[in-house]
Ligand binder design. Structure first.
Ligand code: PGA
Length: 252
């Protein structure tokens, strides 16, 4: 099973800061455990620079969003082909902040996943429930709907190229983390849901945990059977903490 540690920089850093962080990660990349894949998702303006700097290293550069269309009159949007042409290898889609602030629906995110697969990029598909949904014991139903509505139309060979990230919205940027047991319970449920869509292929789909994942709680999370690494926000903005998370991922 693959282990992936991905850093989502969100809307942080200027050019100099972004370059400094990329270079600090590149400098250490070869010292990191071989079994773990390292992904960084800087903001759009820094993707080309990041992709150039990581070329020949084991770091993959991801975008944080893309448009589903190949091209066209979509002012302000960025296509999968554009991302691919500058060396971007992956893309986060369906992050809860995009769902919340930009009204992205499961269906729309599903179309982005399809566009990414057609363009040869690795989709990192985010799902996860709101606090009130967990309190109302709706969390399994919500995540099942997110998975089936966005990914249900893919055949098994396409689904095998998707990475899923479970990010309970109440844990994102709040300092509240799902306990390893809570996260494992949901990851096992996600894998079961994926198995219903794709059969045995589901056993090889990486399912990352995200939501206030930090060096001091990652070991407990990453050691769970169905947790195959992390999608990291705040702790990915500093080289030291992100590298530590990659090292912890490497122990899996
Ligand atoms: P956080 O963000 O680690 O800052 O909670 C995770 C994410 O939103 O991907």
């Amino acid at each position: 099973m693959r282990t992936i540690v991905a850093g989502n920089w969100k809307m942080h850093k200027d050019r100099t800061e972004a370059l400094d962080l990329v270079m600090a990660l590149v400098a250490e990349a070869e010292t990191l455990p071989a079994g773990v894949e390292m992904v960084i998702a800087p903001p759009y303006p820094f993707l080309a620079m990041a992709a150039e700097r990581v070329r020949g290293t084991r770091i993959t550069v991801a975008a944080q969003n893309c448009h589903e269309a190949k091209q066209g009159a979509y002012t302000g949007e960025v296509s999968v082909a554009m991302l691919g042409s500058i060396g971007v290898g992956a893309c986060i889609v369906g992050h809860s902040e995009r769902r919340q602030y930009f009204n992205e629906t499961d269906a729309a995110v599903g179309r982005k996943v399809k566009a990414l697969l057609e363009g040869g990029l690795m989709p990192i598909y985010c799902c996860g429930e709101l606090l009130e949904e967990r309190q109302g014991e709706q969390h399994f139903a919500v995540v099942e709907r997110q998975i089936t509505e966005a990914l249900g139309a893919l055949d098994a060979s396409a689904l095998a190229r998707v990475v899923v990230a479970y990010e309970p919205v109440w844990a994102i940027g709040t300092g509240l983390t799902a306990s390893p047991e809570q996260a494992q319970e949901m990851h096992a449920f996600i894998r079961k849901t994926l198995r219903g869509l794709a059969g045995d292929v589901a056993d090889a789909i990486p399912i990352l945990y995200g939501g206030s994942c930090k060096p001091d709680n990652a070991a407990g999370l990453f050691s769970q059977q169905d947790i195959n690494g992390g999608l990291i926000g705040g702790a990915a903005l500093e080289a030291a903490s992100f590298l530590e998370l990659v090292r912890i991922g490497g122990r899996k």
